[in-house]
Design a protein around this ligand. Structure first.
Ligand code: KIV
Length: 262
């Protein structure tokens, strides 16, 4: 997938959209060679790559650096970059600066968490030609206000509130919406209520697409056991076996061989 126009068309034409959060040049090269539709340079990089407990450590500079590395490996595949912690809350000028930095680094679009209190920022960016992907439900940049990593929209008023926010995101001109950790029925209701594609993570099977983190779906992060993660490969076993084989070959003097020596 090369553009947000193709992304939007999938809502009616199908097939469902596959998206992977990735942060480095070599991850992007694997994804470029795959049939995964699009790449999200998520601010989850602060947690996955840097071992932070939250995504707060990601800055516009961090996001631009990783976006540049990913875009260079993505071979034209749609790249969406996360607006980092509070970047949408400093007013329109700061948001325009952040979007400019991310698009100059090679992103085709940005993702922004939440809507209430920054609808004007979303509208200004979309009207300025910056495609924006919304994000509702468990929004990790609000983790302290949410009281932890918990499923959102579990009761009727909270679910109704999510539908209202999803409609506001569509009205602001966003081209799609990530729904994170919400009950499947709530995600299905939102997907039916709006005209832009929904991308779920921990949101059940009825969204218009799914996103997972590269390391989680490939089993590179065996300590992370959220219910929604399916391991489509066991890359950590391959890595562990490779490292053990290298250490053993060095210890025994089997490496390097004559063929591997100048
Ligand atoms: O930062 C991220 O990787 C994300 C996805 C998990 C949706 O926001």
């Amino acid at each position: 997938m090369k553009s947000v126009l193709e992304f939007k068309a999938r809502k009616t034409s199908g097939p469902k959209i596959s998206m992977v959060s990735a942060y480095t040049h070599w991850e992007a090269r694997f994804l470029a060679a795959s049939s995964v539709d699009c790449i999200l340079v998520g601010d989850s990089l602060a947690v996955v790559l840097d071992g932070e407990l939250t995504t707060f450590a990601a800055t516009p500079e961090t996001m631009a650096r990783h976006t540049r590395a990913v875009a260079r490996g993505a071979d034209g595949k749609l790249v969406i970059a996360d607006f980092p912690f509070l970047a949408a809350r400093r007013g329109i000028v700061a948001a325009v600066d952040c979007a400019a930095e991310l698009l100059r680094a090679g992103a085709h679009a940005v993702k922004i968490e939440g809507v209430d209190g920054h609808e004007d920022v979303l509208r200004h960016l979309t009207q300025s030609g910056v495609p924006v992907l919304g994000h509702l439900g468990l929004t990790p940049q609000s983790i302290h206000a949410l009281g932890g990593y918990k499923v959102q929209g579990k009761n009727e008023p909270a679910a109704t509130e999510l539908v209202r926010q999803a409609r506001a995101i569509e009205a602001a001109g966003c081209f799609g919406l990530v729904l994170e950790c919400v009950p499947a029925a709530v995600a299905a209701g939102i997907t039916a209520a709006i005209g832009i594609p929904t991308i779920g993570i921990g949101a059940g099977p009825d969204t218009d697409g799914q996103v997972l983190v590269f390391h989680d779906l490939l089993g590179l992060n065996p300590g992370f056991n959220a219910r929604f993660v399916r391991r489509f490969a066991d890359a950590s076993t391959a890595v562990n076996n490779g490292l053990a084989a290298f250490a053993k070959a060095v210890a025994k003097g089997d490496y390097p061989s004559k063929k591997e020596t100048y």
